[in-house]
Write a protein that binds this ligand. Sequence first.
Ligand code: HEM
Length: 538
Amino acid sequence: GAPEYVSPTGRPTGADRYLRAQGDAYLTTAQGARLPDTDHSLKAGARGPVLLQDHHLREKITHFDHERIPERVVHARGAAAHGVFQGYGTAARITKAAFLAEGVETPVFVRFSTVLGSRGSADTVRDTRGFATKFYTSEGTFDLVGNNIPVFFIQDAIKFPDVIHAGKPHPDREIPQAQSAHDTFWDFVTLHTEATHHTLWNMSDRGIPRSYRTMEGFGVHTFRLVDAEGGTTLVKFHWKPKLGVHSQTWEEAQITAGVDPDFHRRDLYDAIEAGAYPQWELGVQVFPDNPEQTFEGIDLLDSTKIVPEELAPVQPIGLLTLNANPTNFFAETEQVAFHVGHLVPGIDVTDDPLLAGRLFSYLDTQISRLGGPNFAQLPINRPHAPVNDMLRDGMHQTAVHTGTAPYKPNSLDGGCPFLAGADTGAFIETPVEVTQGRKVREAPASYSDHFSQPRLFWLSMTPVEREHIVNAYTFELNKCYEQPIKERALQVLANIDTELCEQVAAGLGLPAPQATVPLAEPAPSPALSQVGATWPLD
Ligand code: HEM
């Protein structure tokens, strides 16, 4: 269950009071004064008027008036669970992260979500799903903030507000509330064709998971692992569900969205209550940390690209088990704050420009969503490692800091010298070379290949999976009002595959355009012994 919140003063906390209030013989005000009655306002005579001096009435209604906090700007709708992560030790050769060592058990909190719908939207819509994991490790909190799709819509975070504005409901009608079937979405993804790969995954069965329990998860970006000697490798993180990957059909998804909009939330809660604890293996694809940061010609800093598992097998490094439901949705699922910058020694970031923007965005948004800079003190966000920071005061400060000198070195609070840079288990940014160059607003040349990996994905699909993809594009594009957007979408499809384009065009009653890029046959997969096996973990 949730970690118990211990007040820094050792005095009873708000949480204790809240728990007592409902069970005890009498109610109190927020100040602890006993109440005789909570059902009648204080009035001048039984027929009123109501008196302004009724503190209980004003306190009760005022507090209620402020119960809501802003929903997340994206991933507003979610469901979460507590669990445990057990390291296999297989990653020990490539990372010094303590929680990945053999047999180490680390408490975790995992939140699954849709991206575009509001807090009250339906679960089984066609959308990407968030898969965010907070590891409360002995070396500090590590957050793996991933999705159930291994690529992203854009290559540079500067476009994130744009893609989300395009994907959220139209500003005039607030339609649709939770789906991608509308003009602005299709306008964006056909004008910014780097979005083609992610969109194709969304239009496939991956866009409508059967259950959170049957989803894969992906860290998407390439991360840099650091071993005990300072050696580095590049990795991509994968979660593989023990139950396998399963989706709903479109017809099932529409029915469940109507009959039970809480379908995924209920499924996760019920499974855990029944003791059918969902499990995922964490795995890594491992690549040498070469200066180009490419693998087999694939740019590892481009989040619209995958590395096929035939080229770099996913090697298991630990097991996640979700075994306890939250006891309070607001305190845990709503107030949890994930951040890609929450790293521990042995795991570092790369220069993926999408990741760079995320490193800024999460803390920034949480300051407004959670009302100031002190939300790390909320029970669900408190690290399990000891905290000794110099952050002081601010909105919603609940810690009572001792000492007088929140700076280092100081000669007042015990005089403890600050060993800047000394590796006493510290997180130290990897001193990798940075490429020097002119300041420019441009992307590397490899970022302009938008179609070869979508084609690889399409060609890997079975006939029934292809039929689902064709039906999804046809349904969604038929919802667009603007003919030029449909035509542009068909041009994108022509650049993926002729058959795909022709079938969707037929469904839309429009002519199928010719491809404007050469359609490559995928290269035959090299034998594992030639590529992936050069970077085995054991
Ligand atoms: C929230 C994943 C890209 C900004 C989330 C959440 C997930 C996620 C899983 C929900 C966390 C939760 O359950 O509380 C991803 C992935 C990305 C990506 C996998 C690409 C690989 C971005 C980018 C930005 C961004 C590029 C901004 C530049 C946000 C914000 C939130 C969020 C503002 C709300 C956080 C909160 O209110 O606590 N993202 N995201 N994301 N993401 Fe991303």
